[in-house]
Ligand binder design. Sequence first.
Ligand code: ADP
Length: 460
Amino acid sequence: MFNKILIANRGEIALRIMRACRELGIQSVAIHSSADADSLHVKYADESVCVGKSSSAESYLRIPNIIAAAEITGAEAIHPGYGFLAENAEFAEICVENDFTWIGPSADVIRNLGDKATARSMTVEAGVPVVPGTGLVDSVEEAEAAGRQFGFPVIIKATAGGGGKGMRVAWDEAELRKNYVAARTEAGASFGNDAVYIEKYLVNPRHVEIQLMADHHGNVIHFGERDCSVQRRHQKLIEEAPSPAVSEELRQRMGSAAVSLARNVGYRSAGTVEFLLDEDGSFYFMEMNTRIQVEHPVSEMVTGFDLMKWMIRVAAGEQFDFTQDDVVVKGHAIECRINAENPERDFMPCPGRVFYFHAPGGPGIRVDTHVYSDYLVPPHYDSLLAKIIAHGKDREEAVARMRRALSECVFEGLPTSTPFHLEVLNNPVFLQGKATTRFLEEELSHLQEGLRVRAKTEEG
Ligand code: ADP
């Protein structure tokens, strides 16, 4: 096992990794920007190194400074968390070249799966279903032909895409011509790669993903699914496990599909295979995330496995001491991502000082956060303040606990997305377990009306 790990991240996920390190008896090294000098992850770590100025480009993304920090502190391994350099194959390669263990899958695997078109063809090879679609599409004429072949609507996707960027839906041929150009331009500007492909657009699917992990001894195990259908502009807001739409039989089929893909590509470490689940029960591969995800605690709560500790143990060469049969989903868990943003103003990010913070507690509640009273949320990074995870014996109890936890939670000084989450947790479509990826769009006016009433009541 390692003696010391450098955590190349910030915020709640840096803390989460350090907590796993502490339980495993490993020393942790924090890196931070000048804006994060007073951050909790810096205080919690055994050592810390400032790697640059406030902007991510000058700190959390600056590879030579991070490698230098690992060298001077004598760290043996590097954990990238999520975001920043987590899916940067070059960084993974540089870590290994400099004799640090990379806590993640190999650089080649990251590179192949990070390119959506390549990932699609690898998935087909593994015998896993993909949404009907094309290879790379080089001209408007080819795009039009794809539209005719699959029938509208279709979705144009940047092969280098991520975070919902570089994706455009087209409902007819005129829109396809226009959005094909727009998607390529956006992809070129965001990713420096304007290659796109086209897929059939499923009109009312759910986003269901399988958490898995592979050790270096040929074992690949899945930890069931998470339903992440509640999204805003293709970004997840609420995640839960199990999915209200997935039976035990479907769970095993989706799990096996994810495991065969992982085996086929030589995957090691924690990863997530994202699927679209159609109304008729068919599921299709969408992409594979080659890192630990924001929503991993949901799976930890229902399976009882500490995925972060296992991710580290696997990187150190340990073999799983359990089998697929030992993974049993118990009860129900839901996660709400609390952001510093104003849901009444189109979710505008609102960084600033949290004068007073009170975390919820009590039975079944877990809070992953880096916030403390008097913490200044810097404007340079994402707006995530806390993840609240509620676990209950069933979905009803998990929802009731989440409502209670959200109402206990205090972030004084900033608008947060908490009231919005409370609205979702009172929405009949959500409560019936029927939310698809169109949920937010379809229910937005009801949710906003609820927010207005809530704001008025609080003022009064
Ligand atoms: P990103 O890598 O940018 O997150 P994804 O490929 O994971 O992009 O897709 C993000 C979201 O976009 C999905 O969760 C889903 O809501 C929607 N989506 C993607 N592809 C399709 C499709 N073929 N049909 C319907 N919705 C889709």
